[in-house]
Write a protein that binds this ligand. Structure first.
Ligand code: FSX
Ligand code: SF4
Ligand code: F3S
Length: 383
């Protein structure tokens, strides 16, 4: 309790100091922008409460989360695009039904973001250079997309610099660096076999610490939550072995899944479209990789909190895990089905550098498979 009070004071002090800095969006304050879009103060405070819980902070910290959102317009952000589909930006910026998260992101001083800026060519490059100079040492760098290490496969802009070179230059003056999405965090689809461009993750090409925010795409709350965390603490959050913030990636999909009761009861969808599917049974036997995947999708959901893959009736494909295109596919078959091949022929999961992870995965798969088989005996299968 005493520690919480001390922390509360420290964060308040930091936010008061940030509030004294000039707003980058002259004349535009968050509250006004929210009310223009039809959100009341009550909605905002509800959002702040939910975000505080998401960040695993005590509920009494909600006013601080709200204040952090209000001073977000003091924070310069440079967002770079590498090799990707822009789904991460889409996750955050879709405009049809602006969420509180997307409005907050709009209020951030987004100094450079290729998808939404008007400038192009030489002008765009000049904007990037001047933003890096003006905010040296203070800006947040967000990078979306995998980075080809055969560098000429990704050249960007009028001077034809490589993506890797642009990342290295931008990383130099950054106060904090986030890899947004699985491509930037782990290489993603570009780095999937046979990886013709030798694409890799951001942390392999720069020398500073990188916070990974994976997901293909990550939810908008995991992106905004990281920004808020940085505004509040000015420091890196607790990270897991893959440098993912524990507040977002600390638990398995399987641990938080609404179909978990079905799994425990041995009630499985056997084929898409069967009676079990209609009844919302567990998707393990049609390939769900929730038992091997760490993310908070079931809590946060997507598209303004309306749904997430498993709610929509498809298994998790493991999109926030390293090398998931190679290790988790085929996506509609359980890993246990290829256990013999992965464990004994060195194919698939075990072919990755993460041999230990492969073995753990295989061991877990045995456990899960045994459970699935045992429960099939206990329960009449729904065909
Ligand atoms: Fe796409 Fe982002 Fe996937 Fe990658 O998302 S949603 S391919 S994580 O870099 O644009
Ligand atoms: Fe949910 Fe998938 Fe686990 Fe089944 S296997 S309980 S659908 S996460
Ligand atoms: Fe990705 Fe699985 Fe969530 S596929 S979006 S981590 S449910």
């Amino acid at each position: 309790m005493e520690n919480n009070t001390k922390l509360f004071k420290q964060i308040s002090q930091r936010l008061d100091n940030l509030a004294k800095l000039p707003s980058c969006k002259e004349g535009r304050e968050l509250q006004e922008e929210l009310s223009k879009k039809g959100f009341e103060r009550r909605d905002f405070m509800k959002w702040a409460g939910m975000m505080t819980a998401t960040l695993a902070l005590p509920s009494t910290f909600a006013p601080l989360t709200a204040k952090a959102a209000e001073v977000a317009n003091r924070l310069p952000v440079i967002w770079l695009h590498m090799a990707e589909c822009t789904g991460c930006s889409e996750s955050l910026l879709r405009t049809e039904d602006p969420s509180i998260d997307s409005i907050i992101f709009d209020m951030i001083n987004l100094e450079y973001h290729e998808t939404i800026m008007a400038a192009a060519g030489y002008q765009a490059e000049a904007n990037l250079e001047s933003a890096m100079k003006k905010h040296k040492g203070n800006y947040i760098l967000m990078v979306e997309g995998g980075i080809p290490t055969i560098e000429h496969y990704l050249t960007i802009g009028a001077h034809g610099k490589s993506g890797a070179q642009i990342c290295r230059e931008a990383a130099e003056g950054a106060a904090a660096i986030f890899a947004i999405g699985t491509c930037s965090s782990f290489g993603g689809v570009q780095a999937a076999a046979p990886n013709p461009t030798s694409a890799t993750s951001l942390d392999k090409i720069i020398k500073k610490p990188v916070i990974n925010v994976p997901g293909c795409p990550p939810s908008e709350k995991n992106i905004v939550g990281n920004v808020l965390y940085f505004i509040m603490f000015g420091a890196l959050p607790a990270l897991d072995a893959f440098n993912r913030p524990k507040w977002a990636y600390g638990l398995r999909i399987h641990d938080l899944c609404e179909r978990r009761g079905r799994f425990d009861a041995g009630e499985f969808v056997q084929h898409f479209g069967d009676e079990g599917a209609e009844k919302g049974f567990c998707l393990y036997k049609v390939g769900c990789k929730g038992p091997y995947t760490f993310n908070n999708c079931s809590k946060l959901r997507f598209n303004s909190h309306t749904s997430w893959p498993i709610q929509a009736g498809h298994g998790c494909i493991g999109c926030s895990e390293p090398n998931f295109w190679d290790t988790m596919s085929p996506f509609e078959e359980p890993i246990a089905n290829r256990l013999y091949a992965t464990s004994f022929n060195g194919f698939g999961a075990d072919k990755t550098a993460d041999v230990v992870g492969g073995v753990i995965l295989a061991t877990t798969a045995i456990g899960i498979a045994a459970h699935a088989i045992a429960s099939s005996f206990l329960k009449n299968e729904v065909e």
